[in-house]
Design a protein around this ligand. Structure first.
Ligand code: ADP
Ligand code: ZN
Ligand code: MG
Length: 489
C-alpha cells in the first residue's frame, strides 16, 4: 500500500532554554559559549549535600508560556526526580515535573494552506538541562570530555498530543512555537545554540482506524530541516514495514544526518523506568492567583492571533498580515501609521492596504539597505501616514512618492513640506496641463496621426510622453482626460 493509505500521527516534544541570566537551582550564569566548566558550582555539578533553590524568573517565564497556550495550571505544583545515569548528569537524576506539570491541556493554534488548527498540548513542565559531552575528533581519541556549563540551565518542555497529521502541520507548529516563545521573550529559541530542540514521535495506522499504531520516537534532531527529513524517512520506513506485515516496535531512533536515515537506539523506556519520586529538597509551590493575573495582564497578543486580527480588522490578504506580523515592531509601526492616516483620508478601508504595500515594499527595503531597525527609522509612522495621505488625496503621484521617501529619511522632514519646497506637488491645474499637452501633441505628429487613423494603442505612449514632460508631477487622470479630448477633436 502506498503511504497515502495510512493516517500519519505525529506528536512533538520541544525543549526550550528559558531566557534567564542564571540557572534553575543555583546562581551560575547561563551565557552560551563560555569556557568549558567555567559556569559551574557545587549545586549544578551535583556535589553531595547541596540544596537547590528555585529560580523565580524561570518559574514566571514557564507560567507565562502556560498562560499563553491556555493551559490549566494547578494551584499547587511540585518538582520530581527523574532518575537516570549518564556522564553529562553528575547528580544521576534530573529535577523535573512528572506528577504536577505546571500546565496541562491547552493548545498551540497553527495555520497551513488547509486553514487553522489547534494542536493540543499534553503538558508543559519545567526542568533542568544536562551538561554536554564532547567527543574529540580523530580516530585515536579513546576518551570523551564533559562540559557542565549547560547542566542546570532552566528548561521548558512542551509536549503536544499526537495531533499532527502531515509535515506541513509539523513545520507550522515548530515555526509558530518558535515565533511565540521568542515574541513573548520566554526563550531566544536559537536552534543552532541548542536553546530550542525537538524530538518527534510518529506512527501510522490504516486510514480512518480508531486505534493508534505503535510509535517511534526520533531524537538527535538539530534543525527544523532535520525534523522534517527524519519524519519523511520514518513515515516511508514504517509504511514499507506495515506493507510487509512487519510490526513496528516501540523504540527510540536516532537521526543520522550524514546518511539521511533513522537508526535504532534502544527500545522505548517507560515512565516507571525512571523511578520518578517527589523531589525531597524542594517544597511545593503554591501558584498565587495574583501571579497569574499579573502574567495575563502583561501578556501581549500572540503573533498568530495578531496576524489573524490584521486580516479581520484591516481586511488584509493573509500574505500581507503574515509579513507585517513577522516582527512585533513592524506590526506596531503598521498599526500606528494606519491610525495616524485614518482621520485624513476619505477611504479608510483602502488606507490599510496602501500602508501595507508601503511597509512591505519601500520601508522594509530601506531598513534592509540601511541596516537599521524600524524603531530607529527616521520616517515615523505618522510621517509615513502623511506621505500616504498625499498620494490618496491626489497631491502627489506614486512615482513622486517613491522619490520622496529617501529624502524624508535623509532630512527627517515631512512629506508635505518637502514636496512643496521642491515643487513636487502634482499638477492638477487643467490650464497648465492643456498647454503642456499641446506641446506634446506638436512634438509627436506621427503617433497623433496613428491614433486618429484608429491605432488607439499609441494612447499610452502619448500619456507617457506627457508624464515625462512634467517629471511625473501631472495628475495622470487629468492628463488622460485632456489628451482624449484633444485627440478626439
Ligand atoms: P512518553 O511519556 O513515553 O514519552 P508521551 O505520552 O509523553 O510518551 O508522548 C510522547 C510524545 O509522543 C507526545 O508528543 C505524543 O503526542 C506522542 N505520541 C503519543 N502516542 C503517539 C502515537 N501513537 N503516534 C505518534 N505520536 C504519539
Ligand atoms: Zn551552579
Ligand atoms: Mg515524554
Amino acid at each position: 500500500m502506498p503511504v497515502t493509505d495510512y493516517d500519519i500521527v505525529i506528536g512533538l516534544e520541544a525543549h526550550a532554554h528559558l531566557l534567564t541570566r542564571t540557572k534553575m537551582f543555583c546562581s551560575c550564569r547561563t551565557t552560551f559559549g563560555a569556557e568549558a566548566n567555567s559556569q559551574t558550582c557545587p549545586v549544578c555539578i551535583g556535589m553531595p549535600g547541596v540544596l537547590p533553590v528555585i529560580n523565580r524568573k524561570a518559574l514566571m517565564l514557564a507560567l507565562r508560556s502556560a498562560v499563553a497556550f491556555k493551559c490549566e495550571i494547578p494551584a499547587t505544583m511540585r518538582f520530581d526526580r527523574k532518575n537516570y545515569y549518564y556522564p553529562d548528569l553528575p547528580k544521576n537524576y534530573q529535577i523535573s515535573q512528572n506528577y504536577t506539570p505546571l500546565g496541562v491541556k491547552g493548545f498551540v493554534e497553527i495555520e497551513t494552506s488547509k486553514g487553522r488548527k489547534k494542536i493540543g498540548l499534553d503538558n508543559i513542565h519545567l526542568e533542568e538541562d544536562a551538561g554536554k559531552l564532547l567527543h574529540p575528533e580523530g580516530s585515536g581519541a579513546v576518551y570523551s570530555q564533559v562540559d557542565l556549563n549547560r547542566a542546570g540551565t532552566p528548561l521548558l518542555e512542551i509536549v503536544t498530543r499526537p495531533d499532527m497529521s502531515d509535515l506541513d502541520e509539523v513545520e507550522a507548529y515548530m515555526e509558530t512555537l518558535r515565533r511565540t516563545l521568542e515574541a513573548l521573550e520566554i526563550s531566544d529559541c536559537k536552534m543552532q545554540e541548542g536553546s530550542l530542540r525537538f524530538e518527534a514521535s510518529v506512527s501510522l495506522k490504516p486510514l480512518g482506524a480508531a486505534e493508534l499504531g505503535n510509535r517511534v520516537e526520533v531524537k538527535n534532531l538539530n534543525s527544523v530541516r532535520a525534523v522534517l527529513n527524519a519524519l519523511a524517512y520514518e513515515i516511508d520506513r514504517q509504511a514499507a514495514a506495515l506493507d510487509a506485515r512487519e510490526r513496528i516496535d516501540r523504540e527510540t531512533r536516532l537521526w543520522n544526518e550524514e546518511l539521511s536515515r533513522t537508526e535504532r537506539m534502544r527500545s522505548k523506556e517507560e515512565a516507571q523506568d525512571y523511578r520518578y519520586f517527589p523531589e525531597p529538597d524542594l517544597g511545593p509551590i503554591v501558584v498565587l492567583d495574583e501571579w497569574l493575573q499579573e502574567i495575563s495582564a502583561s501578556l501581549q497578543e500572540l503573533p498568530n492571533e495578531r496576524k489573524w486580527r490584521f486580516e479581520d480588522e484591516y481586511a488584509l490578504p493573509s500574505y500581507d498580515a503574515g509579513v507585517l506580523t513577522q516582527k512585533r515592531a513592524i506590526a506596531d509601526y503598521f498599526e500606528a501609521a494606519v491610525a495616524a492616516g485614518r482621520a485624513e483620508v476619505s477611504d479608510p478601508a483602502r488606507l490599510a492596504k496602501v500602508v501595507s504595500n508601503w511597509v512591505m515594499g519601500q520601508v522594509l527595503k530601506e531598513l534592509n539597505d540601511r541596516k537599521v531597525e524600524i524603531t530607529d527609522f527616521p520616517v515615523t509612522p505618522e510621517r509615513l501616514a502623511g506621505l500616504v495621505t498625499l498620494i490618496e488625496s491626489g497631491k502627489i503621484s506614486n512615482t513622486i512618492a517613491q522619490q520622496l521617501l529617501p529624502i524624508m529619511i535623509e532630512t527627517g522632514e515631512d512629506a508635505g513640506r518637502i514636496a512643496e519646497q521642491r515643487g513636487m506637488l502634482q499638477v492638477s491645474d487643467t490650464a497648465e496641463i492643456e498647454k503642456l499637452m499641446d506641446e506634446v501633441l506638436a512634438a509627436n505628429p506621427k503617433p497623433v496621426a496613428d491614433y486618429r487613423s484608429g491605432k488607439k494603442a499609441v494612447f499610452g505612449f502619448l500619456v507617457g510622453q506627457a508624464m515625462r514632460q512634467t517629471k511625473g508631477k501631472a495628475n495622470p487622470q487629468v492628463v488622460a482626460e485632456i489628451l482624449t479630448k484633444k485627440l478626439e477633436n
